[in-house]
Structure formats: structure tokens, C-alpha cells
Design a protein around this ligand. Structure first.
Ligand SMILES: Nc1ncnc2c1ncn2[C@@H]1O[C@H](COP(=O)(O)OP(=O)(O)OP(=O)(O)O)[C@@H](O)[C@H]1O
Length: 486
């Protein structure tokens, strides 16, 4: 071991001595001479390119770290020195080549040797780094046309898949500087939803994710809008989490009641990053928007500066063209209360209804929570679910109470039976009545607001009328004075 160390030390000293003894010009000449007689070609990728960060350099770091170095899939011996680290924003450990270390990658059977170099630049007074890629001259075309594009693509996949998802919220009219880590475990496997609808949605999302070329070809902005509607507790938020985990996109949660004006909305939308889901929850109640179609005048409410036109512009106007690969999700418990302009075909690409728990949804929940796909209590539960509206959230709550499936299912039966005997609970045949009564309650409270506004307006108009009468009297006096002057 000691002998090995002393040889390594001697090589290092020798290398330094050669550097010192042979002038730089001569060193350059010698290496040109060697290159002329060598069948190898060396491509240099510096950290900066044309005075800005070299994207290719970063991609090589990601590619080597996530590919050959992480998987130890290199063809040659392992590099002498590796770096290892863990970035807070990444899920996995990352590896890299240390200074003067190299690794041989293989692409279509062609060996490609990467070496990581760095040196101190006394002019810049900082360390500069670069990669050297050595390969046989005859593979130049392969490297330029296939290998380097392959590195760019693979690096993107590695970056996307190892990224920790973030949940962004608004603080003082700006996206918070410290978005929290999105660690919602809901996935399409655990989300209980009608089988066909789930498959449809997954297909839709896949087509969207892989649709860059398609959207470009048809000249449409690469974005997609979903409207999720259904009573509270039917899984709208869970579905959004499943979508984010499936797409690997960050979530930007926008509560419109905190947005004071169209200009703030504009700022926020311009600062949503690509590959993200913008969620506008409870669009029906987060704001009272003036109805453009009905020709409403802007109201004098403090939040009236945020207009329906502003929201529509966000969905499909010019504002939405800044950025790409974005999903926008609106949720509502009352689809019937939404402005028709929001619902018009083409505005939201897909409307998804999340409803009360039917037997098929219950079976998925039972399988998730209890690990059972059949049970002799299932037929009782099927009959009970036909008589009353129970939300998936309520069923999930009951199934979580015991790990023993029999006890858990019996608990659920008791819960549903109690609901059926409770005259206040919405029965199956009364499902729409229940929704309707919620809508009526909401409309009534809005009417109260309008009434108050009308009274205010009336007061204002009486005051204006009085002012007019006063003005008329003054102008008559003036006219009289003028006449007497003449
Ligand atoms: N379809 C579902 N599949 C699996 N779990 C569900 C489903 N719906 C509801 N749940 C469970 O119920 C909880 C509450 O549901 P969730 O918050 O997604 O409903 P929601 O429709 O968004 O409600 P709200 O309108 O009140 O925000 C979830 O955390 C989940 O555990």
C-alpha cells in the first residue's frame, strides 16, 4: 500500500515538474503533434459557453451522475475518484467525477471516455472546469448527431424523475420564496374513481405529457385545463395530488380570494414555472366576478378589480401563452353556479365529476385500506350505498378505524344505516335536491349581498340627484345674472 502511495505521489510531482519545466507554447505544440498522429479525437465541453452557463456541461454532469456513475454501467474500470452528494431538491444521491478522474461510457457499442478536469484561473481568480470526451475519429458523426442529443434528453429525464415536487402558495401577492415539499402519497393506484374515467384521464395526461410535437404542429399552446366538480369529500384534492405525482409537476395553489386585482393575477401567472399544475380551488366561491355576458357593470366591491375577463385571459388569452407544458385545474362544489363563460367548450378541456361513493368506488377503497377484494358483507354495503349519499372521504374515515376487515366493514354498515335513518342526510333519490338546496342557500346569501349593494347604490344615486338639483339652481342663478348684465 505504501509503495502504491509513493508511486502515485511521484507521478503527481513529475506531472507538476513537467508543467514547470516545459514552457506552455512547447506543451501546446507537443500535444498538437501527438494529436496529429493519434486516431483519437478530443471534444472539450467547458463550464461556460459564450460567456453564459453551458447547458451541455450541466447535462453531462447530470447524465454521468445519474447514468454510468450511479448505475455503475460504465464499460471500463470504475473511476479512481468519485464525488457523492445529496441535494435537498433531489430525491436520490448524486455522483460525479472528481478532478482528473475518468470513466468510459458505451453508446451503440462505441467506447467514449469522459474526463473531468479543473484548474485555477488566475485571471478570473476562480476554479474553472471542463469535460474532455475522447473517442475514435471515425465516430465523430455518431457523437455529434446522436450521442450528445442523447445526453441532453437523458439528463432531462433524470432531472425530472429525481426532482422533489414543490407546493407553491401565495404570500403577499407573490409566490412564496420557500415552497413546501409536496409529499402527498396519493397516486392513481390509490385514488378510488370509476375505472373507465380513471383510465381515460391517465390516457389524456399521457397524451398531454408527450404532446410537445403535436401541440407545435397544430399551433396550439401546450397547456390543458381541467374542471373538477363534485361535493366536498369526493376526492378533488386527492385527484390533483395524484395528477401531480403522475406528471411529476409542481403544484401552484392559487386562492383567488387573496388576489386583489387583474394585475396581481397577471404577475402570479407569469411566474408559474413550466411543467406545473396551477390549481384554482373553489372557483365558485373564491370571488364574486362581474358577469361579462350579462353586461354587468364593475361592482364597487373591494375585490371587483379582479374580473372575469382577467381570469379568462389567464385560461386562454395571451397571458396563458407565456410558458408551456402547464396544466390548469379549477375545482368547484357547485358547477351550476359557475359563469357560463368559464364553462364554454374549449375553455376547460375536460370536465371531471367526482361524486358520492358508489359500490365500485367502495371496492377500490376497501382494497386500498383493508386489502380485501371480496367479503360476505360487501352485498349489504352495495344495497346500503344505493339508498344514501356517502362521500369517499366518509367511507375512507370508517375503513381506517380498524385494521380488522370484519370490524371495519361492520362499522361502515352502522355508519351508513345511521345516515339513512337521519332525516337530514341526503338520500340517493334526494341527491339532486341536496345539491339544489346547497345551491339555493348560496344564491340566497349572494342575493343578500346584492341587496346591500343596491341599497348603497340607491343612497349614492339620491345624493347625486340632490347634487344635480343644487347645480341646476346655481346654473339658473348664473343665467339670470348673465341676462341682467346684458
Ligand atoms: N376518490 C377517493 N379516493 C381515495 N381517497 C379519497 C377519495 N375521495 C376522498 N378520499 C379520502 O378523503 C380525504 C378527503 O378528500 P379530498 O380532500 O380529496 O376531497 P375534496 O373533494 O377535495 O374535498 P373538498 O371539496 O372539501 O376540498 C382524502 O384525504 C382521502 O383520504
Amino acid at each position: 500500500m505504501g509503495a502504491v502511495l509513493s508511486v502515485a505521489a511521484s507521478v503527481t510531482i513529475l506531472r507538476g515538474t513537467i508543467r514547470e519545466l516545459i514552457p506552455e507554447e512547447l506543451r501546446g505544440y507537443l500535444s498538437t503533434l501527438i494529436r496529429q498522429y493519434s486516431s483519437d479525437h478530443t471534444m472539450v465541453v467547458r463550464e461556460t459557453h459564450e460567456e453564459t452557463t453551458n447547458h451541455l456541461f450541466d447535462c453531462i454532469t447530470t447524465y454521468l451522475g445519474g447514468g454510468p456513475l450511479a448505475l455503475l454501467s460504465a464499460t471500463g474500470p470504475a473511476p479512481r475518484r468519485l464525488t457523492a452528494g445529496k441535494n435537498e431538491n433531489l430525491r436520490n444521491l448524486t455522483y460525479g467525477l472528481d478532478r482528473d478522474s475518468d470513466i468510459v461510457d458505451s453508446f451503440h457499442g462505441v467506447p467514449l471516455r469522459w474526463k473531468y478536469c479543473s484548474d485555477y484561473n488566475s485571471v478570473l481568480q476562480s476554479e474553472i472546469s471542463w469535460y474532455e470526451l475522447r473517442f475514435h475519429k471515425k465516430h465523430m458523426k455518431l457523437v455529434r448527431n446522436q450521442y450528445l442529443p442523447h445526453i441532453l434528453e437523458t439528463a432531462k429525464i433524470i432531472k425530472d424523475s429525481s426532482r422533489v415536487l414543490k407546493f407553491h402558495t401565495v404570500r403577499r401577492e407573490r409566490w412564496s420564496y420557500n415552497p413546501v415539499k409536496l409529499s402527498h402519497p396519493m397516486t392513481f393506484e390509490t385514488l378510488a374513481m370509476d375505472g373507465d374515467e380513471k383510465k381515460d384521464l391517465i390516457r389524456d395526461l399521457e397524451a398531454f405529457m408527450n404532446g410537445r410535437e403535436y401541440y407545435r404542429r397544430i399551433g396550439k399552446v401546450w397547456k390543458r385545463g381541467y374542471l373538477l366538480h363534485g361535493p366536498p369529500g369526493t376526492g378533488k384534492s386527492s385527484l390533483i395530488a395524484a395528477m401531480a405525482n403522475f406528471l411529476n409537476y409542481d403544484i401552484y395553489n392559487l386562492n383567488l380570494s387573496t388576489v386583489q386585482s387583474d394585475s396581481v393575477l397577471e404577475y402570479l401567472l407569469l411566474h408559474v414555472s413550466n411543467r406545473s399544475i396551477l390549481v384554482v380551488e373553489d372557483i365558485d366561491c373564491s370571488i364574486k366576478l362581474q358577469n361579462r355576458e350579462a353586461g354587468d357593470e364593475p361592482t364597487s366591491f373591494p375585490r371587483a378589480q379582479l374580473t372575469l375577463a382577467g381570469i379568462l385571459n389567464a385560461i386562454d388569452g395571451l397571458l396563458s401563452c407565456c410558458g408551456e407544458e402547464r396544466v390548469i385545474v379549477f375545482t368547484t362544489n357547485y358547477k351550476d353556479l359557475l359563469d357560463p363563460a368559464l364553462l364554454r367548450a374549449g375553455r376547460m378541456d375536460k370536465h371531471i365529476c367526482l361524486s358520492y361513493c358508489r359500490f365500485s368506488t367502495f371496492k377500490q377503497l376497501a382494497s386500498n385500506y383493508l386489502g380485501v377484494s371480496e367479503h360476505n358483507l360487501f352485498s349489504d354495503i352495495e344495497k346500503l350505498l344505493e339508498q344514501v349519499n356517502v362521500t369517499p372521504a366518509e367511507v375512507a374515515g370508517e375503513l381506517m378505524k380498524s385494521k380488522d376487515s370484519k370490524a371495519s366493514l361492520e362499522g361502515l354498515i352502522k355508519f351508513i344505516e345511521k345516515k339513512i335513518s337521519d332525516p337530514a342526510s341526503p338520500k340517493e333519490e334526494g341527491r339532486f335536491d341536496a345539491n339544489l338546496s346547497q345551491v339555493i342557500d348560496k344564491t340566497q346569501s349572494e342575493l343578500e349581498g346584492f341587496k346591500k349593494e343596491m341599497t348603497d347604490l340607491q343612497k349614492k344615486s339620491t345624493a347625486t340627484e340632490n347634487k344635480l338639483v343644487e347645480l341646476k339652481a346655481v346654473s339658473e342663478k348664473l343665467a339670470k345674472a348673465l341676462r341682467s348684465l346684458k
